[in-house]
Design a protein around this ligand. Structure first.
Ligand SMILES: Cc1cc2nc3c(=O)[nH]c(=O)nc-3n(C[C@H](O)[C@H](O)[C@H](O)COP(=O)(O)OP(=O)(O)OC[C@H]3O[C@@H](n4cnc5c(N)ncnc54)[C@H](O)[C@@H]3O)c2cc1C
Ligand code: FES
Length: 338
């Protein structure tokens, strides 16, 4: 589960491009993950350690090891340390894999729109689908220029091996200019039936999501992963305010790991804190509303969230909420982690 703290040994560092490095970790037995999920790394910094999420570019179906791929951010505290300092043999503290940017089935057709380092979770999904699924995939991959294309060779080899299942279209700013909505729509139009996954810089994701929505692809088939930096440190014990004795409680029904739990939920306590206090193995990573690892679907009632840096208006309309930030505002609340 995502709460587990691990110390991983670095087996290899691979320079993928001028400003992107992959870190290959030894995979401890018992650690499992889904294609598209991420690790949270604890990285040293002069002002104190920073926690940074990095998507796994390895596939649970084809790779023995865990691999993350990190692209430098100008003046970034974590990414530059990873690219400059990490060597084989080092050990790094991480939180076990988590995240919801993962296909429900590898047998469905997938429309994959990636920009820059946004290829990382997409790579895991492609490798997994080719190895274990039957779906066809179109990848549109946007980069500044040819030299900045991460996994160029690997992608070419996969297309050569699976020409009927994988199509890769490169969009280079130096050749085609910045990605824009109309040309993107022309490219993806035949893929309107597919499940869409979008990851990359914010302007690219906004453009891609708009393009798909305008084509009539419903929001519940568009999955978006936003690459933000965490502000807090998930390794320090989180101070969870104890509920006020004798305070108001509401009726909570939670579906988790195939089981239903009926509980009295103190109205002043956040949902995740409450479930963990009750000994339930609810998923989480950042606990600050920035990663969506704790996402739940609201089936009945309503909650209010202290902070939300990841869910979009459409996600909220579909009922998604962040358990780490949610307090009840109705007398009955029903949520599902399924
Ligand atoms: C689910 C998820 C998956 C991700 N997967 C990947 C991935 O696969 N690959 C990848 O490369 N990235 C990924 N990211 C992004 C990654 O976690 C970091 O956000 C990214 O590497 C930048 O971190 P940084 O520490 O280098 O930059 P930061 O230090 O966070 O800096 C970001 C920006 O803020 C400025 N800044 C510098 N110092 C400060 C300061 N003291 N206060 C405020 N701002 C400052 C910097 O100039 C920079 O422009 C992912 C993020 C998430 C949430
Ligand atoms: S645990 Fe990251 S948003 Fe809730």
């Amino acid at each position: 589960m995502s709460t587990e703290k691990l110390r991983l040994k670095v087996l290899e560092v691979v320079q993928e491009t001028g400003d992107a490095h992959s870190i290959v970790f030894e995979k401890p037995s018992g650690v499992s993950y889904k294609p598209g999920q991420f690790l949270t790394l604890r990285l040293p910094h002069v002002d104190g350690p920073v926690a940074r999420c990095y998507s796994l570019s390895s596939s649970p179906h084809t790779d023995d090891h865990l691999k993350v791929t990190v692209k430098r951010v100008v003046d970034g505290r974590g990414s530059n340390w990873v690219c400059d300092e990490v060597l084989a043999g080092h050990e790094i503290d991480v939180l076990a894999p988590s995240g919801t940017f993962t296909p429900k089935s590898l047998d469905t057709d997938l429309l994959l729109l990636a920009g820059g380092s946004g290829i990382t979770p997409v790579m895991s999904i492609i490798k997994s689908s080719l190895a274990k699924g039957t779906g066809r995939m179109l990848l549109v991959y946007a980069n500044r220029d040819e030299a900045s294309v991460i996994f160029h060779k690997e992608l070419r080899e996969m297309v050569a091996e699976h020409p009927y299942r994988l199509v890769v279209l490169h969009w280079l700013e130096t050749v085609q200019g910045l990605p824009s909505k109309k040309p993107l729509q022309e490219i993806v139009r035949p893929w309107g039936h597919a499940e869409a996954f979008i990851c990359g810089p914010a302007p690219f994701m906004d453009c891609a999501a708009d393009a798909l929505k305008e084509l009539g692809i419903s929001r519940d088939r568009i999955h978006i992963e936003r690459f933000t930096s965490l502000a807090g440190d998930p390794w320090t014990e989180v101070e969870t305010a104890a509920p006020e004795p004798g305070g108001k409680t509401v009726d909570l029904v939670v579906e988790l790991d195939g089981e239903m739990h009926e509980l009295d939920w103190p109205a002043d306590q956040k949902l995740l804190d409450f479930l963990l206090d009750k000994g339930l193995d609810a998923p989480y990573s950042c606990r600050e509303g920035a990663c969506s690892a704790c996402g739940v679907k609201l089936l009945e009632g309503e909650v209010t969230m202290d902070n939300n840096s990841v869910l979009e208006e459409e996600d909220l309309e579909e009922g998604w909420r962040l358990a780490c930030q949610s307090r009840p505002t109705t007398d009955v609340v029903k949520v599902s982690y399924e």
